[in-house]
Ligand binder design. Structure first.
Ligand SMILES: C[C@H](O)CC(=O)SCCNC(=O)CCNC(=O)[C@H](O)C(C)(C)COP(=O)(O)OP(=O)(O)OC[C@H]1O[C@@H](n2cnc3c(N)ncnc32)[C@H](O)[C@@H]1OP(=O)(O)O
Length: 928
């Protein structure tokens, strides 16, 4: 049997059964998995095909009734499932249709379909309650919670537990015993002994419904699961199977299922980072880790590490702080013991993995250090300089900073390649997300190492670029700012929180500020106001409240007041602060804002978040939109059943979001102004998650531009003479392509720019070699000198200066500026040539295709530049577009003119030509 079921696997299972039933030498059947795994269930990748109508759906009941129930369970010969590893979803459903189940103690058995927005579809809703009882079955399905072999045995889900190497042998014997009637031959579907009496069953189901509605008010599928179970209990298991199939098929096409499947695959995709994880690098073994700072974050990180068996050294500045830090770690573990998640024995063992220190002496042997001290640049700089001194040269130097530029932190070191951000979310031992922050200098090996540690400590690591707030905090800074903007304009604070919670966030923006604490909120808010002043909403609301000693939940007063049980209650007093803040901002109550619908509130809070997500995508801060979806779900609690922030935004459409933001920005200012990336997607009706595809068409045109002078060069080769052609434009284009390639390599996410222009480098070099081969002597020398000076000398100087004298962002800007400047020069170069066409009335040296593609190239890039409001891109390409049109017009006018006689002798003289080239060569300014 295969690990994942597909329709064809199930069909072949039926065929194998049919054959086995016919053969006299087969007395009983054992169903087992390959390589120690029974089955992970139905192939989730096939869902997309079914949802998109590309794969034909089997007729209702074909699998669950025809195959699983009538063929497997209804067979004339008994079958036993031999389960090792995983038996999940459809895998367990097939096992439950067998007449007995034998498993290893470590096997995991469960029906986790609900986490994908569907319900079990091969009879699980009917058989599981009949094997383990209604309450346990509901718990396992509604919480998608698997059980281990041992527990499954106690529950009655499996009939015997055996070691892995005896599994198949015991299962065979069991099956033969069934044939000989020495063991009972049981069809789970018709078992009733575990089912509660009808009255009790109805009560259990009623309670489960209420719980599911309370925990997941926006979700339909938990109720649909209970419906199918209830139908089976009231009207019999076959009727239950029919209801299960109907509900399964409906849910498979729901938005919830599509979103949750997207989350499933996106979560597994975060560790696939082009240019990093595809280099064949193996993670190095991290044997021990040191943590600097035992505060809330440091102690949380230490807890996460020791829980996964990493020995940890915790460093503090004095005994008192060290003791407090170690105490926090101990308390974190004790809380697990209290909740029954950890035994006392394991507690002792885990705690023994952490050691405290006040000095750096023991740091020589650690493989990774994570700094988690307060957000003070000079302190962090000193720590990293010390680490460079005390740690081994291979040691990974990570910082848990949430705001400070990593380049700044490492400024006093020469270890930039091993400096990386390990941004945990508080509480670090609980929250599942880890932002792995890379700078342009962080080596791929160090990223691979941290990704591995992240996975080992059961976090979902997402690789992000180095910018203010990284991915999560940056994308969500408008979340609170939008809420404050609405409140100042008249929307009720508590209505906002209520609507946002109903949307599916764990808490509304004001409740969140209370939880985080006003001190932290002001400090991080200031970072965004300073870094993104043009799009920040500046308000005094939070500082005013803080001045009045309302600083959030910790002070029992913030936007809410908190009782002794920490229950949040609205406080009418906050109106006073809102009025004060409003008068400072000069804002008036807007009657529209006080009557906003829930939909408007959701959109006004989240569309600015989507807008910032677009900027993060455009800047290449995350590798792909799906990473942002995972970051939003795991870092901010964005509802997974909405698929994450960009998936949700795409379900509404970029056009709609952009138009709403534009409308609000007219009244409420630049806070809502759609960014260039969003505007571009909206103009094209394109999705937010597919940026690269959009760029491809532009880059194809760029490639065609590079190739367009091929006919001219073919002519040079054929005539073995460069005739009237000039080499200078091609020399300049080579320089331009070299610079854009360098720009693409330097800029994160600039792979496509580098590739397209790298292609240009190759083509232009060939053109110049052709020139050097076929030009007359004088031209050949001139070409060699100019190419040497520009393409080798000038380019080398740019690389040297930018590498040695400039840092990161500034370096990228300077390279971009030089490249754009050169584009303008080159687009302007055909001006004198056009004059020649007019005076000689000849288009002989004006290759039509070059003109045409140049016009196209200038056009698409200028259009793109208008959309993205990028003057560096727009000015040269706009000029190129206009010149391209002029050239085409000239071509049309002089196309049929006889060749000017005056030009002929000059052509024959070849290199003595005084004419300029008739057209500018390709100039490609690509961006992603
Ligand atoms: C009608 C039926 O009732 C419907 C169904 O059966 S729906 C399916 C029910 N099954 C599930 O929900 C199980 C989903 N899978 C999981 O929870 C986990 O993958 C697992 C516990 C099986 C294994 O976990 P782990 O060992 O950490 O490996 P993990 O990285 O998750 O998966 C390994 C690979 O298998 C893939 N995979 C796992 N289960 C899959 C499935 N059911 N279908 C398709 N691909 C699957 C993963 O996407 C991943 O692919 P990648 O290597 O290309 O990224």
């Amino acid at each position: 049997m295969f690990y994942i079921f597909s329709l064809s696997v199930l069909t072949s299972l039926k065929e194998s059964y049919d054959k086995a039933l016919q053969r006299d030498d087969v007395k009983a059947i054992v169903v087992t998995g390959a390589k120690g795994k029974f089955s992970g269930g139905f192939d989730i990748t096939a869902f997309g095909g079914i949802q998109g109508g590309k794969v034909e759906e089997p007729k209702p009941g074909y699998i669950s009734i025809d195959i699983v129930t009538d063929t497997l369970e209804g067979a004339r010969k008994p079958s036993v499932a031999a389960i090792d590893g995983l038996a999940l979803g459809g895998g367990l459903e097939v096992a439950m249709a067998c007449h007995a189940r034998i498993s290893t103690p470590t096997a995991q058995l469960g029906l986790p379909e609900l986490q994908l927005g569907i319900i079990p579809g091969f009879g699980g809703t009917q058989r599981l309650p009949r094997l383990v009882g209604l309450s346990k079955a509901l718990e396992m399905m509604l919480m998608s919670k698997p059980v281990k072999g041992q527990e499954a045995h106690a529950l009655g889900l499996v009939d015997a537990i055996v070691p892995s190497d005896e599994l198949v042998k015991v299962a065979r014997r069991w099956a033969l015993d069934m044939v000989e009637c020495r063991k009972p031959w049981i069809a789970s579907l018709y078992k009733t002994d575990k089912l509660e009496p009808l009255g009790d069953a109805r009560e259990i189901l009623k309670f489960a419904r209420a719980q599911a509605r309370k925990q997941a008010p926006n979700l339909e599928h938990p109720q649909a699961c209970i419906d199918a179970i209830e139908e089976g209990i009231i009207s019999g298991p076959r009727a239950g199977l029919v209801r299960e199939v109907e509900n399964f098929q409906k849910l498979l096409h729901s938005d919830t299922c599509k979103s949750l499947v997207h989350i499933f695959f996106s979560q597994r995709g975060t560790t696939k980072v082009p240019g990093v994880t595809d280099l064949g690098l193996m993670p190095r073994k991290i044997k021990n880790v040191a943590i600097i700072g035992g505060g809330l974050m440091g102690s949380g990180i230490a807890t996460a590490l020791i829980l996964s068996n990493y020995p940890v050294i915790l460093k503090e500045v004095n005994e008192k702080f060290l003791e407090a830090g170690l105490g926090r770690v101990k308390a974190n573990l004790q809380s697990r013991v209290k909740k029954g998640k950890m035994t006392q024995e394991r507690f002792e063992k885990t705690l023994s993995l952490i050691k405290g220190t006040l000095g750096y002496e023991s740091f020589r042997d650690v493989d990774m250090v994570i700094e988690a001290v307060i957000e003070k640049v000079s302190l962090k700089q000193q720590i990293f300089a010390d680490l460079e001194k005390y740690c081994s040269p291979q040691c990974i130097l990570a910082s848990n900073t949430s705001t400070i530029d990593l380049n700044l932190i490492g400024e006093k070191t020469c270890s930039h390649d091993r400096i990386i951000g390990a941004h945990f979310f508080s509480p670090a031992h609980v929250m599942p997300l880890l932002e792995v922050v890379r700078t342009q200098k962080t080596s791929p090996q160090v990223i691979v190492d941290l990704l591995d540690v992240g996975k080992k400590i059961k976090k979902t690591p997402v690789v992000v670029g180095n910018c203010t707030g990284f991915a999560v905090n940056r994308v969500f800074f408008p979340y609170t700012q939008a809420a404050i903007l609405l409140a100042e304009h008249g929307t009720d604070v508590y209505q906002i929180d209520q609507v946002i919670t109903k949307f599916g966030m764990p808490m509304g923006p004001f409740r969140l500020v209370d939880l985080v604490g006003f001190g932290v909120a002001i400090a991080t808010g200031t970072q965004f106001v300073e870094n993104f002043p043009e799009r920040s909403y500046k308000s005094m609301l939070v500082p005013l409240m803080q001045e009045d000693k309302r600083a959030g939940e910790a002070t029992r007063k913030g936007f809410y007041v908190y009782d002794s049980k920490r229950k949040a209650n609205p406080d009418p007093e906050i109106k006073k602060y809102i009025e004060q803040a409003r008068s400072i901002s000069g804002v008036k109550v807007d009657s529209k804002m006080s009557k906003l619908s829930s939909k408007d509130i959701v959109e006004m809070i989240f569309f600015p978040v989507v807008n910032e997500a677009c900027r993060v995508l455009a800047e290449g801060i995350v590798v792909k939109a799906a990473d942002l979806d995972i970051a939003s779900v795991m870092g901010m609690g964005f509802p997974p059943y909405r698929g994450g922030i960009t998936f949700w935004a795409d379900s509404l459409g970029s056009k709609y979001i952009c138009s709403r933001l534009e409308e609000w920005s007219k009244t409420y200012g630049d806070f809502f102004k759609p960014c260039a990336y969003l505007a571009e997607r909206a103009a094209k009706g394109a999705s937010l998650s597919a940026p690269v595809e959009q760029a491809k068409s532009r880059n194809i045109i760029s490639v065609l531009v590079f190739l367009s002078p091929i006919d001219a060069f073919w002519r040079i080769v054929k005539h073995r003479s460069t005739e009237e052609f000039e080499s200078l434009p091609y020399i300049c284009t080579l320089l331009n392509s070299l610079l854009w390639t360098y720009y693409g390599i330097t800029k994160p996410g600039g792979l496509l720019v580098a590739t397209v222009n790298g292609f240009g480098v190759v083509v232009e070099t060939i053109y110049i070699i052709i020139f050097l081969t076929f030009a007359a002597n004088k031209m050949r020398v001139r070409t060699a000198i100019v190419a040497g000076v520009l393409d080798i000398g000038f380019f080398a100087a740019v690389v040297l200066v930018t590498q040695l004298m400039l840092e990161d962002e500034l370096r990228i800007d300077v390279i971009g500026l030089i490249s754009a400047g050169l584009n303008i020069v080159m687009y302007a170069s055909p001006l004198s040539a056009m004059k020649t066409v007019v005076t000689t009335k000849s288009v002989e040296y004006m290759p039509f295709f070059l003109s045409f593609f140049l016009f196209l190239n200038g056009g698409v890039w200028a259009f793109y530049a208008v959309l993205v409001r990028d003057p560096f891109l727009g000015i040269p390409n706009g000029a190129g577009f206009i010149l391209g049109i002029a050239q085409l017009v000239l071509y049309a006018i002089y196309r049929n003119s006889k060749q000017s006689k005056s030009i002929l002798p000059v052509i024959e003289e070849g290199s003595n030509s005084k004419h300029e080239p008739l057209l500018s060569p390709p100039t490609v300014s690509t961006s992603q």
